[in-house]
Design a protein around this ligand. Structure first.
Ligand code: 3HC
Length: 652
């Protein structure tokens, strides 16, 4: 082995068997920052001219190959060499360049690899072009080289979804040539074997034939899903036109990338990207170790409890489910198995995984069977007395160091904790339904929650592949507090002159998957009605209160299941109902409100401002730690469009 050559602070190399093994070491994810690009350019120039170098291997230090372009450099003036220029050098080098993918090769990282003359992947590697998730398109050849390598249909799928694939799938698709455990050795051998031979340059490959009708159908589907977002539409355009000359396609791609990079959409999605990483940094938890968790108890195996169980089994935990009777517990087990079977049917889980998860599940109606649990999550009826009784029983059977979590939506977890023997081991884990699907998890820090208990909640959330956001104790936590303010404003708008379908249309145009009133109907109106009735006595009579929802409920309009709610459901199809319009008009008349017309912009302005105003109150009260946490809650729990950045970003 020769001595190390430092091409820059982040790029160095050694020569082995005549192959220059170039290593990128730019923590945390080896992004292609200017120092990396400069170092790579120098390494390539050296390889081209050095007589003792017959080929090059490019690899990454640590667990990432290259995590992509440096997102922190976006918005700053571009610095040479650009990534496309470096990539052009790789592809055009007269000596073979082999990518040794030691870990994630994402975005610009995969684009570097695509320009290499061969790709070897470690079994743990994964590849993808996630740019659309950041509101941009690949900007260094991805939309032109990937289709040349794997065909337009497969490239279209990967680039427009932004999904990454593991080494085995990458091999099947033809993105990598070999998967090898002894990665660098295998890459050196590949480079040596290619030396002096004609090189396979991806940019020069002919395009495999594909069915134009199939491509058109897939493209139409992607555009419909994009709901007006620019990046997926541009990605479709670039990939489907990639059978033109390479230079033309690359120039178009770069111009599109640069234009999108500076767009509001991309700025919003970058905000979300960094917000997600920021949210797990919690004050007071530096250096605090979470408690080890292997077995999770789940009390209450209804829809919510079963969803939590599926999520926990999927993350490798053992699960003990508790319900009131043996019959209810068995029913819960069947529900959980049913959900797992659905995962098998959809291909998310293979048969071996299913069997392994089934073995880790047991159910019981006996409290004492929860003794082995490291964490118990309750998902029983949302009633204070019921939850307190359960936690007091759990106190008697679980270890004193086991953590107790309540999944309450509206009750005060401090009151539940106070009734237990060890309130410091109690926290809230507020899952969203369906719990095995929804990514958001509000982690509630109660008055007495111990730091390592909170850290345990966060660690478990991460393992469950959830997005945890820490919230203080308040009625409804972050999400439902903002949602209440938003709902209240929507009801004011009704009284002031807008109709449900007009408000819903404004929200759907903005990017919400469904309007607020349509969501109400889908969920059913009775639970919120019952809560309003409970709160009626405590309500300040001088506060504006809209009675329309109560009137709907009183007349049996309880939502979609009842066939009517804010809308009528004729043959299951949502339609505007003149009876609802009449109820709204009567409510306005009763209060002497002269209705006026609202534009979509006015509707949005009022709703978004109401959310942001409530967000500011939550920050002032110390319930939310930072505005971006509120954005994450609304995006991941309430359908706020990610490409708009969240209510605090919009009003920031
Ligand atoms: N640029 C700058 N910083 C980045 C980054 C990037 N591309 N990717 C990650 N980081 C930072 C994160 O902000 C975080 O910083 P922090 O510690 O200060 O909070 C740190 O790296 C670690 O990130 P994660 O917590 O996400 O680490 P993981 O180990 O869980 O995941 C990863 C690693 C899979 C690489 C993940 O970070 C990731 O998916 N990164 C983004 C990948 C991406 O979108 N790449 C495309 C970029 S755009 C592009 O390449 C354009 C090109 O076509 C020209």
């Amino acid at each position: 082995m020769n001595e190390t050559i430092e091409f820059s602070a982040t790029v160095s190399a050694t020569t082995r068997n005549g192959v220059l093994v170039v290593t990128i070491d730019n923590p945390p994810v080896n992004a292609t920052s200017v120092d990396v690009r400069g170092g790579l350019a120098k390494a390539l120039a050296h390889a081209e001219t050095a007589a003792d170098v017959t080929g090059v291997v490019v690899t990454g230090a640590g667990k990432t190959f290259i995590g992509g372009a440096d997102i922190k450099e976006f918005g700053k003036p571009a610095m040479d060499p650009t990534l496309p220029a470096v990539i052009q050098n790789i592809e055009g080098l007269s000596k073979p360049v082999v990518a040794a993918l030691n870990g994630a090769a994402l975005g610009g990282g995969l684009e570097v690899a695509l320009a290499c003359h061969s790709r070897v992947a470690a079994p743990a590697a994964q590849v993808g072009l996630p740019e659309v998730k950041l509101g941009i398109v690949p900007g260094a050849g991805g939309t032109q080289r990937l289709p040349r390598l794997i065909g337009i249909p497969a490239a279209l799928d990967l680039i427009t979804s932004g999904r990454s694939v593991k080494a085995e799938e990458a091999l099947k698709l033809g993105i990598v040539d070999t998967v090898a455990a002894d990665l660098v050795e295998a890459a050196i051998s590949a480079a040596s074997a290619l030396a002096g031979k004609p090189l396979r340059r991806t940019g020069e490959l002919g395009m495999a034939a594909a069915d134009p009708a199939e491509i058109a159908k897939t493209s139409a589907k992607i555009l419909a899903r994009a709901r007006g977002q620019k990046a997926p539409a541009e990605a479709v355009r670039l990939v489907t036109s990639s059978d033109r000359p390479l230079a033309e396609g690359l120039a178009d791609e770069r111009a599109t990338f640069l234009a999108l990079r500076d767009s509001r959409e991309a700025t919003a999605l970058r905000h979300v990207f960094f917000a997600e990483r920021e949210s797990s940094k919690v004050e007071g938890l530096e250096g605090i170790e979470p408690r080890p968790v292997r077995t999770i108890g789940i009390c209450g195996l209804g829809l919510m409890g079963s969803g939590i169980a599926v999520s926990a089994l999927g993350a490798g935990y053992s699960v003990i489910g508790l319900d009131q009777t043996a019959k209810a517990a068995e029913k819960g087990r069947e529900r959980i198995i049913g959900l797992l079977e659905r995962n098998v049917a959809s291909g998310r889980l293979d048969q071996a995984g299913f069997e392994a998860q089934k073995v880790k599940l047991s159910v019981t109606a006996t409290d004492a069977d929860l003794a082995p649990c490291d964490l118990v999550v309750e998902a029983v009826f949302d009633d204070l007395a019921v939850k307190i009784d359960l936690f007091q029983r759990l106190d008697r059977v679980i270890r004193p160091d086991a953590v107790l979590a309540t999944n309450t939506s509206y009750l005060n977890p401090d009151e539940i904790a106070a009734a237990t023997a060890h309130p410091q081991r109690v926290l809230g884990l507020h899952f969203f339904s369906p719990a095995h699907v929804m990514r958001l998890l509000e982690v509630v820090r109660c008055a007495k929650t111990a730091p390592d208990v909170l850290a345990t909640g966060l660690a478990v959330a991460k393992k469950l592949h959830k997005l945890p956001v820490v919230t203080g104790v308040t009625e409804g936590f972050i999400g439902n507090r903002i949602f209440s303010a938003y709902r209240r404003e929507a009801e004011f708008l009704l009284e002031d002159g807008a109709l449900p379908h007009e408000i819903d249309a404004a929200l759907e145009d903005y990017g919400f998957p469904m309007g607020l009133f349509a969501v109400y109907d889908m969920a059913g109106l009775e639970i919120a009605w019952a809560r309003r009735k409970r709160q009626a006595a405590a309500r300040d009579p001088s506060e504006r209160y809209v009675e329309i929802a109560d009137t709907l409920c009183e007349t049996g309009r309880l939502g979609q299941k009842a066939g009517r709610g804010w809308y009528a459901y004729l043959d299951g199809k949502r339609t505007i109902d003149p009876d609802v319009t009449a109820i709204i008009q009567a409510a306005r008349a009763k209060k002497g409100i002269a209705p006026r017309a609202f534009t979509k912009e006015e509707v949005l302005e009022r709703l978004l401002s109401a959310m942001a105003a409530e967000g500011k109150v939550l920050l002032a009260e110390g319930i939310a730690a930072r505005p971006s946490d509120i954005d994450l809650v609304m995006i991941n729990g309430y359908g706020f469009p990610a490409h708009k950045g969240g209510p605090m970003f919009v009003n920031g």
